[in-house]
Design a protein around this ligand. Structure first.
Ligand code: NAP
Length: 328
């Protein structure tokens, strides 16, 4: 096989730097399935990993990218054969194992999901870890009883990847979505994706009492920190919070009162290590009832060469929606 383009992350005297390189198959981490990558994407975790802003990658050099969609070139595992269209995300992909910012990927067969009917390789990358996380959060809250009739659903970090997809899914299922964003110029965009109300992050009146006015039946939290604390104080009786993000900080302070007086449930969402049967079920839903209706408004294309600058903008919270990286 000819050499191919990859974005490899180096640790040079403590400075973590992503660089475009020519790679060869025998340099990639081991695995049974070799893919011709079609698309990858950019997640917050990719930006943390590839810049060293978060200690995500532990051994260098490493090809980054926690998402890939593509076509199987060869498989030493009977579950896959050449020509199959597949998705690879999560586990150690792009972290402890070479990832998706590469025209060719080699991965363990246990990490590979067949592309569900109803999604293209582009759609699946536009969803990627972000869409999977939004879908998993939705599924977990539904299992806990979330329904449109119960009231408003708050989505914060609203212009972000997980949040835009979550809003699109929620609005498609008839939920009254309230978006919180730090970007005042994007209110119309969020309404187009299905938000019924848009609140400005800078103007939120958070209060300080252990229980504030009960406003939300459910919440999708990309942010953590003060906003998650505020959510715990403002949930309705039996309110459900999906906590999956830390864009605003990893610590939050609250009291037990929301939990013991309002029965609020704080539900953790980890996309990385869900078992394969659940993973396949969520992907099947992402191709069916949770399929976003505004993928073309949410996703934009970015070239491999542009990624280093893109990561910096993402870490500053300057990105809207989902970046799909074309490897074709
Ligand atoms: N648990 C999991 O398995 C899992 C999976 C995927 C992602 N995540 C996490 O979920 C979060 C969102 O991921 P993503 O890929 O959607 O990232 P993203 O596209 O960068 O979205 C994050 C959004 O959060 C808001 N934000 C940024 N900095 C903020 C700050 N200091 N305070 C408050 N809001 C801030 C911004 O939206 P506005 O400007 O509109 O407010 C930004 O667009 C990240 O923390 C990521 O690590 C977790």
């Amino acid at each position: 096989m000819n050499p191919f383009k990859s974005l490899r992350v180096f640790d040079e005297n403590g400075k973590v730097t992503p660089r475009l390189v020519e790679a060869r198959l025998d340099e990639l981490s081991a695995g049974e399935v070799v893919l011709q990558t079609a698309y990858s994407s950019v997640n917050y975790k990719d930006a943390l990993a590839a810049t060293g802003a978060g200690k995500i990658i532990r051994s260098f050099p490493r090809i980054a990218g926690i998402d890939a969609t593509g076509t199987v070139i060869s498989s030493a595992d009977g579950r896959f054969k050449a020509g199959d269209e597949v998705i690879c995300t999560s586990y150690e992909f792009g972290v402890g194992h070479d990832g998706g910012y590469s025209q060719v990927c080699r991965v363990p067969a246990d990490w590979v999901v067949p592309l569900p009917r109803g999604l293209t390789l582009f759609d699946a990358a536009a969803l990627g870890v972000a869409g999977y996380t939004a879908g998993l959060a939705m599924d977990l809250l539904e299992l806990n009883g979330m329904e449109p009739s119960q009231g408003k659903v708050l989505v914060n970090g609203a212009t972000g990847g997980v949040a835009t997809l979550a809003m699109d899914m929620l609005a498609g299922l008839g939920y009254h979505v309230v978006a919180v964003t730090g970007k005042d110029a994007e209110h119309a965009y969020l309404q187009k994706l299905g938000a019924k109300e848009v609140l400005s992050r800078q103007q939120l009146e958070m209060g300080t009492r252990p229980l504030e006015k009960a406003l939300w039946a459910a919440a999708f939290d990309s942010v953590g920190g003060e906003q998650l604390a505020w959510l715990t104080r403002t949930m309705q009786q039996g309110g459900l919070i999906a906590s999956f993000g830390n864009a605003g900080g990893i610590e939050f302070k609250t009291t037990v009162l929301p939990f013991i007086l309002r029965g609020v449930r704080l539900i953790g969402v980890d996309s990385g290590f869900t078992p394969m049967p659940l993973r396949r079920r969520i992907w099947a839903r992402l191709a069916a009832d949770l399929k976003p209706r505004h993928v073309n408004d949410i996703a934009h294309l970015v070239r491999l060469e542009e990624l280093p600058g893109y990561f910096e903008r993402m870490l500053k919270g300057q990105i809207r929606g989902r970046a799909v990286v074309s490897l074709l």
